[in-house]
Write a protein that binds this ligand. Structure first.
Ligand code: ATP
Ligand code: MG
Length: 566
């Protein structure tokens, strides 16, 4: 399997398509669709389905993929979600061209197909209420019992169904059911509901035209067939619905019969993926909104600084199979790390500033130093940084004393300032509480771009000019949950119990090099020795720029850092 971004790895679904093409099925056409319900923002699980469906359309000659809103549940859906979904699919790099559809586009046709089923005595109006219906339905061990309304005449069914549509009955008073098999071992085949009544909701597409709404299991196969879809890809929980998908298409007059193929959902450690739970996180204020950078939503990942390419790469790496599993967060993090290691310009930023004065550097003097934007890619050019008598380094880069393993600055010791000179710590200034507030140092003017004579200086630390540096806020994000599987809840608990209280740490007094102050919202950088960051979407009233930490530096770097601390 290849992991390169441009070449999509094959999978069992592509193999089925290959075989279908070989056998001359579907007149050589390949047509998929991505069918979100607009009841929330898209998440990284949806990205798996998008990359699969649109990826197939891209890779097969003449392939097409539709975007279809599965909008049969109006009370949970709205136009904000419809719009965000389109934005996210586009941002991920995919195009449905002129094939944007809504299941609600087909409400009249669906109704007509339901009438066709009634006329063939394959559907009936049932007056049982929800509880009775459950009772009649039986269990996995026991067959169901036929509804007392199962043998209504075709004429009576036609009349009642027309009156349901006309709004004569209340919600829940009557439903339309398929007449299949109450003894089927597959519960989905025990006369499933096809239509229910919903008054008083304004549908975002059809307004108040309908009070009768078709169920997913009826809508989906017909929408697929009407659009000429050849392969209808869905997640594994629909496997038991496939006989119903086929039953619907086999019992109406429609020339197309797409093939439903199921694959396993993406589950990610340390987060939740169900839209119900994500909605709850937003509604209860555990996060800032759907685009909170800790959310697994596409909007959240985008704001966090993930690139579309890194998400596509991730979807390729996890592959498409039928086996359920949970993917480690590290797999996703590695995708963005690899992307940014290659593509993000390097900058200097100090998170926990400690003032450092170079006593032998003239007051008022400043130098423009050349700093490469990328250590391995000259084509990314360079920028100038300002060197001055007063600078900031990170508090973590100084210790009064330490053993030889500590490669940073100690009292009386030397260290190189990144892209600049070697300095030596001459004196440590403390406040009344004994806290270090300033370092008095000297610099060696002979060490710009070359090693000092006769001695070795191993450590390099980053810094920002106190005079030219710009104050910034930095948000350090961590996993949203502290448990790998937040869906597993202790008895009497709720999934929000395992929210990570430290998922956001805000540093308000950071210093960034001036070049960073000109960044555009969403622009990504490596802050040397700190990690990858992007400028948050800029609020015009914000006093200072806000940077989101996308991801920490490589794990191997973390290990080196760890050793340095011992
Ligand atoms: P939820 O259960 O969280 O509400 P859903 O499956 O109902 O999710 P839809 O909007 O209906 O969400 O999903 C649109 C498409 O995306 C479907 O084809 C669905 O199978 C797929 N999808 C949703 N979640 C995942 C996931 N975690 N992994 C892979 N595909 C997914
Ligand atoms: Mg759904």
């Amino acid at each position: 399997m290849t992991t390169s971004e441009n070449k999509t790895p094959t999978n069992f679904i592509r193999q089925i398509i290959d075989a279908d093409l070989e056998a001359g099925k579907n007149a050589g056409r390949v047509h998929t669709r991505f069918p979100p319900e607009p009841n929330g923002y898209l998440h990284i699980g949806h990205a798996k389905s998008i990359v699969l469906n649109f990826g197939i359309a891209q890779d097969y000659p003449g392939g097409q993929c539709n975007l279809r809103f599965d909008d049969t549940n109006p009370h949970k859906e709205n136009i904000e979600f419809v719009e965000s979904i389109q934005q996210d699919v586009r941002w991920l790099g995919f195009d449905w061209e002129d094939r944007l559809f809504y299941s609600s586009d087909y409400f009249q046709q669906l109704y007509d197909f339901a009438v066709e089923l009634i006329k063939a005595d394959k559907a009936y109006v049932c007056d049982l209420n929800a509880e009775q219906m459950r009772d009649y339905r039986g269990t996995l061990k026991e067959p169901g019992r036929p509804s007392p309304y199962r043998d209504r005449s075709v004429e009576e069914n036609l009349e009642l169904f027309a009156r349901m549509k006309a709004g004569e009955f209340a919600d829940g008073e009557r439903v339309l059911r398929a007449k299949i098999d109450m003894a089927s071992p597959n519960m989905n085949m025990r006369d499933p509901t096809l239509y229910r009544i919903r008054h008083g909701v304004v549908h975002h597409q059809t307004g108040e035209d309908w009070c009768l709404y078709p169920m997913y299991d009826f809508t989906h196969p017909i929408s697929d067939a009407l659009e000429g879809v050849t392969h209808s890809l869905c997640t594994l929980e629909f496997e038991d619905h496939r006989p119903l998908y086929d039953w619907v298409l086999n019992n109406i007059t429609i020339p197309c019969h797409p093939q439903q193929i199921e694959f396993s959902r993406l589950n990610l450690e340390f987060t939740v993926m169900s839209k119900r739970k994500l909605t709850q996180l937003v509604a209860e204020g555990h996060v800032e909104g759907w685009d909170d950078p800790r959310m697994p939503s596409i909007a959240g990942l985008r704001r966090r600084g993930y690139t579309a390419a890194s998400i596509r790469d991730f979807c390729h790496r996890i592959g498409v199979t039928k086996s359920d599993n949970k993917v480690e967060m590290g797999v996703l993090e590695n995708c963005i790390r690899e992307d940014l290691d290659k593509n993000a310009p390097r900058r200097l930023a100090v998170m926990h500033p400690l003032k450092l004065v170079l006593e032998n550097y003239p007051e008022g003097k400043s130098e423009e130093l050349e700093a490469a934007n990328h250590p391995k890619d000259e084509s990314m050019g360079s920028r100038t940084i300002r060197f001055t008598r007063e600078i900031y380094i990170d508090q973590a880069d100084f210790r009064e004393s330490a053993n030889k393993k500590y490669k940073r600055l100690v009292s009386g010791g030397e260290v190189r300032l990144r892209n600049a000179y070697v300095i030596k710590c001459e004196e440590v200034i403390k406040n009344n509480q004994g806290e270090i507030v300033e370092l008095r140092c000297s610099y060696d003017p002979e060490t710009l771009g070359k090693n000092p004579e006769g001695r070795k200086v191993r450590g390099v630390v980053h810094w920002v000019s106190a005079e030219y540096g710009v104050k910034a806020e930095v948000r350090l994000y961590d996993r949203l949950f502290s448990k790998a599987n937040p869906d597993q809840v202790e008895e009497g608990g709720v999934f929000t119990d395992s929210l990570n209280p430290d998922s956001l740490r805000t540093l308000t007094d950071c210093y960034i090099e001036p070049a960073l102050a000109k960044a555009a919202p969403g622009e990504r950088f490596q802050f040397e020795r700190e990690g990858y960051f992007c400028l948050d979407r800029q609020d015009a009233s914000a006093e200072r720029p806000v940077f989101n930490r996308i991801v920490t530096l490589r794990d191997s770097w973390a290990k080196i850092e760890q050793q340095g601390k011992t």
